[in-house]
Write a protein that binds this ligand. Sequence first.
Ligand code: ZN
Length: 143
Amino acid sequence: MARHGGRRPVIPRCTWCRTTLGTLILYAVEAGASACGWGYHACPGCLAAERLVPFAHHPAMARGPRMRYPDVVPAALLRRLALLGDDPRLTPVVRRLLAADARLRDRRTPPPDRHAAGALLRSALLDLRTLARGGLTTAEGAP
Ligand SMILES: [Zn+2]
């Protein structure tokens, strides 16, 4: 990578606070990079503060560039979600949330569909809260 003086960094580093310690979560991949190509990481604290969606949860058709959670997701929930990182059990719920939010933002969406998208958004948010409250721990720890 030319802009790193030809030296390719091998240790992931948080884009914001520069830490290399603890769990770092991949949140964006440079366009054209392969699956193991150049990626951007954040620590859980910065992930939550910047409202970043982990790369693993990006919509299947729009993966890569940095994505942020919509304003409807409260900061406290983002902090709990950041601790769960890119756990695959969150992926379908986050994708539902992002799809519903995109429908709501689209001015061409007719009112009945907006109503349905609003209901989908609230249901996805509720599921995220349940998972963040320990739904993942319970599922994992169940005998
Ligand atoms: Zn950080």
